[in-house]
Design a protein around this ligand. Sequence first.
Ligand SMILES: Cc1cc2nc3c(=O)[nH]c(=O)nc-3n(C[C@H](O)[C@H](O)[C@H](O)COP(=O)(O)OP(=O)(O)OC[C@H]3O[C@@H](n4cnc5c(N)ncnc54)[C@H](O)[C@@H]3O)c2cc1C
Length: 410
Amino acid sequence: MDFNDTPEEAAFRAKAQAFLNTVAKPKSDDSAGLARTLSDKDYLKAAKAYQKAKAEAGFAGITWAKEQGGQGHPPIFSVIFGQEEAKFDAPAAPFAIGLGMCIPTMIAFASDAQKQRHVGPALKGEEIWCQLFSEPSAGSDVAGLKTKAVRDGDTWTVNGQKVWTSGAHYSDWGILLVRTNPDVPKHKGLTMFFLDMKSPGIDVRPIHQMSGGSNFNEVYFTDVKIPHAQMLGAEGAGWNVALVTLMNERLAVGGSSGPDYKEVLDLARNITGADGAALLQDKAFRAKLADWYVRAEGYKLGKYRTMTALSKGQTPGPESSIGKIINANQMQDIANSAIEAEDHYGIIADGASAPMDAAFQQAFMWAPGLRIAGGTDEILKNIIAERVLGLPQDVRVDKDVAYKDLPTGR
Ligand SMILES: Cc1cc2nc3c(=O)[nH]c(=O)nc-3n(C[C@H](O)[C@H](O)[C@H](O)COP(=O)(O)OP(=O)(O)OC[C@H]3O[C@@H](n4cnc5c(N)ncnc54)[C@H](O)[C@@H]3O)c2cc1C
């Protein structure tokens, strides 16, 4: 492993820092973040302006080929930009799924004319995309989805329901995985399409979250028409297309997403227990801090291993699943303990009144989602067991059974 930037990487990092300093405030700044101070509408406006600035400065589509409007850099450059961006209050979230997963899928499977039409507007922040995969009974087992599409000439008609679709309420376009053949085993009867989210028959219903926000949605399809030309990949090959979408999640290894042991250390220095002594002197709390430190260092070194692989042009393997399990669980554990330590202030989620701008309260509400999104703890542990440790496969009783013959419990 080599932890140091090459001269080229260091120059790119410096350029990224200079750009970010002109368009965003560092997170260490005392003010509460944009996501907490702006209305949803204004945050989206700020996000579009930020994405436009990134495109103009050459920091959008960092790893994409130049002919696709990208910068043609190796994947490590995207990781470096992600690391620097994570230090700033940059409103990048609304574009994460579209540019991180949907557009790379379009680049791999859409026609040249479709790429010409869609890639540029997404890169410049003019259009937002969402990913319509999960359903009420098909999340971890997404290949078991029910939403179906039936062909009539050059048009497909879609009926069914998706759920947890991040950003569907403000998205212009989406990629949609549907069942087109129930007579073959579940993975083989799926097909991928892209579609206009303003198509007649789409009903987007935001889900109200415990944080007060509504970031994801239920999406209902009633006789929604999609032109055949908007199929991505071949009919029945949707699972392979979906794997390309999901593989693109792996490159999101750069940033950090919540308070870590350093912030808890700050808190512990400033809080006094019932006996009047600083929390930092409490032996049980010190043991926890040591544990968090060890896990954070392990996570950091694991990330460096992935970065070294990227830097050498290799693709990170299934071992990158380990990082998300550690990070998400650690964030939940830290947030729990910090809120408890804040005593009655712990129940205040308002950034203006809670200690440290309510960073721990926000993390407390976000951490359970982080443990689920992009693969739950259990699914990632299965991946690690089977594909990293080489243990026997999980029991799969539906392997060669036609989808229509699978028991549904009804
Ligand atoms: C913040 C957030 C954003 C999301 N955004 C999107 C999005 O934009 N688009 C989209 O399509 N989806 C999205 N999702 C959905 C996400 O992909 C699913 O929630 C996830 O795949 C889990 O599926 P599920 O919720 O149906 O849970 P289930 O699959 O029903 O799992 C329930 C429980 O059973 C366990 N379990 C399931 N199968 C196994 C197994 N084989 N072995 C052991 N344990 C198992 C799980 O670990 C979990 O604890 C989002 C989710 C979150 C939290």
